[in-house]
Design a protein around this ligand. Structure first.
Ligand code: HEM
Ligand SMILES: [Cu+2]
Length: 500
């Protein structure tokens, strides 16, 4: 069997696991680059004085932006984490290498299908593909193939941890990083099952084998996929936080049982929370909506709160143990702010909590949702979660994997040091501006809010121009941060000095 021992961590690393992690990470970064480029075009269009794209391209590139950034970048990275937390952290091997590579190939084929058919202008349906909007069948087929690939990859996770148990790599419980990915994989299976239930009929509908799909049913089951997949992201992100704290600072969880319980809360309450996407739909009863968003939602939020306090606490303990004990904040001052793996993690915790979490609880409440639904405020909220939170955390994760798995040193270390700050500031700026504009009623997914060619024209409060311009400037900063990330990460992977 082909193993090496990592000279930094002492971990026993299976060659196949290493290759799988490398391929999945590089593919993820390439799709982030593509999705980020689309983000630039879309943001320039929503900036009133620029208004860059025409209507057709706006919706096409918005579809691609959502798909490439939210699904492809994030899921390929998560599959890398699947192999890292199962095979590598548990010192075992990839039990079924063939199926792991098939999973990768399926995900890639599905991703390419969707990109080609959307670029060709045959799937301007946005990543939610709400019926009765109809895309070419290749689009749905691509989504299904991608989902089967992702499901196979989550299957690999369970196979690897069963093997690790046989190898006696762990006794009673999994390490916390692996535990987080176990929660992600369980939610992944439930999520992708929803995906199959809805995407397969819609595929048949797109090729005229089924006559009618009910839009309300579609939306309900779609969000079983769409919302729950965000919880895969949250679990993987939180697992990444714990791992980064452990690898960079040697931090240990302050109360491991509590952290584990919090992951269980995600599994139990997340699917239920999908309902916040349907609060303005006439289908579900008020009783149902209020119980769901007034009570259930808060149990999932409780989980995030536990992690958000537990991780900085573990960092504090680790830094105090290193001797930074003066006063209340000596440890914080002396944290490794110049190490991008650390700063990205810290910024991710703050960004996710304040921009994504707090706003999520607000917009997820029934009464408030009625006035914010489908406004730009929602776009601001979820860039707080999946960009400020998950994307920044995974950027930090990449900075960790480059020395440990790719065995390269970072190129352009100075740029790497400022990258997380630049990105986080840009994202915060555009997300907050989106929320401000949304409070004035600016809609999301709208090509032209000046209604220049419309028969009827409406006008917004003039102050929205300021917010939308600030969004544009924030977007430019974030894109710059994103470009630096891509140059540093791919540059290091290809040209970085080899480490032993
Ligand atoms: C430089 C970074 C980014 C910028 C400037 C940016 C900007 C934007 C803008 C302006 C919109 C358009 C909203 C509208 O007109 O309704 C949008 C939508 C969206 N973005 Fe981003 N974004 C960025 C990164 C990301 C990332 C990393 C993700 C995922 C992880 C993401 C996920 C989404 C999603 C899911 C949508 C909604 C698409 C839809 O409504 O169908 N964005 N983004
Ligand atoms: Cu949701």
């Amino acid at each position: 069997m082909d193993y090496r021992i990592c000279s930094f961590t002492g971990l026993k690393i299976h060659k196949t696991a290493e290759d799988l992690i490398k391929w999945n990470v590089v593919t993820a970064i390439l799709f982030l680059a593509l999705g980020g480029f689309m983000a630039l075009l879309v943001a320039l269009t929503r900036w009133p004085s620029v208004h860059y794209l025409g209507p057709a391209n706006y919706y096409r590139f918005l579809t691609l932006h959502g798909f490439d950034a939210l699904l492809l970048w994030i899921l390929f990275f998560e599959v890398a984490l699947v192999h890292f937390t199962s095979a590598v952290l548990l010192n075992t091997r990839v039990v079924a290498p063939f199926s792991a590579w098939i999973a990768y190939a399926l995900m890639l084929v599905g991703a390419v299908f969707v990109n080609i058919v959307t670029f060709a202008g045959k799937a301007d349906v946005l990543f939610t593909s709400y019926v009765p909007l109809k895309a070419n069948g290749v689009y749905y087929l691509g989504v299904i193939i991608f989902a089967v690939g992702a499901l196979t990859a989550f299957g690999n996770f369970f196979a690897n941890i069963i093997q690790a148990r046989r190898d006696k790599a762990y006794k009673h419980t999994l390490p916390l990083g692996t535990y987080g990915l176990a929660a992600a994989s369980i939610i992944g299976v439930v999520t992708l099952a929803h995906g199959a239930v809805i995407m397969i009929p819609v595929f048949f509908w797109s090729i005229d084998l089924i006559k009618y799909i009910d839009p309300a049913t579609y939306r309900l089951i779609f969000w079983g996929l769409g919302h729950s997949s965000q919880q895969i992201n949250v679990c993987a992100m939180v697992a990444m936080w714990y791992m980064a704290a452990a690898f960079v600072l040697g931090a240990k969880p302050v109360n491991e049982k509590l952290s584990r319980t919090a992951f269980v809360l995600y599994i139990l309450f997340i699917n239920v929370a999908s309902e916040h996407h349907l609060l303005v739909d006439p289908v579900l009863s008020n009783w149902h909506k209020i119980v769901n968003t007034g009570y259930m939602m808060h149990l999932a939020v409780l989980a995030s709160m536990i992690h958000a306090f537990a991780i900085p606490a573990s960092m504090e303990v680790a830094l105090r143990n290193k001797g930074y004990t003066k006063g209340l904040f000596d440890w914080l001052k002396n944290a490794p702010w110049g190490n991008p793996a650390f700063s990205a993690t810290f910024l991710s915790i703050i960004g996710f909590g304040f921009l994504g979490g707090i706003t999520g609880v607000i917009f997820g409440t029934e009464q408030f949702n009625i006035i914010r639904h489908n406004t730009f405020a929602i776009t601001g909220h979820f860039h707080g979660t999946v960009v400020s939170g998950t994307t920044t955390a995974f950027m930090g994760g990449t900075y960790l994997l480059i020395p440990y798995i790719f065995r390269r040193e970072l190129v352009l270390p100075k740029l790497a040091t400022i990258q997380p700050y630049l990105y986080a500031i840009g994202v915060a700026m555009f997300a907050i501006s989106m929320m401000a504009a949304g409070s004035y009623g600016v809609p999301r997914r709208h090509w032209d809010i000046t209604f220049s060619n419309a028969i009827f024209s409406f006008s917004f409060d003039p102050s929205i121009d300021i917010f939308l311009s600030m969004m544009g400037v924030g977007a430019l900063l974030a894109v710059l941060g994103g470009v630096i990330f891509i140059i540093v990460s791919l540059g290091s992977i290809v040209f970085g000095k080899k480490t032993s």
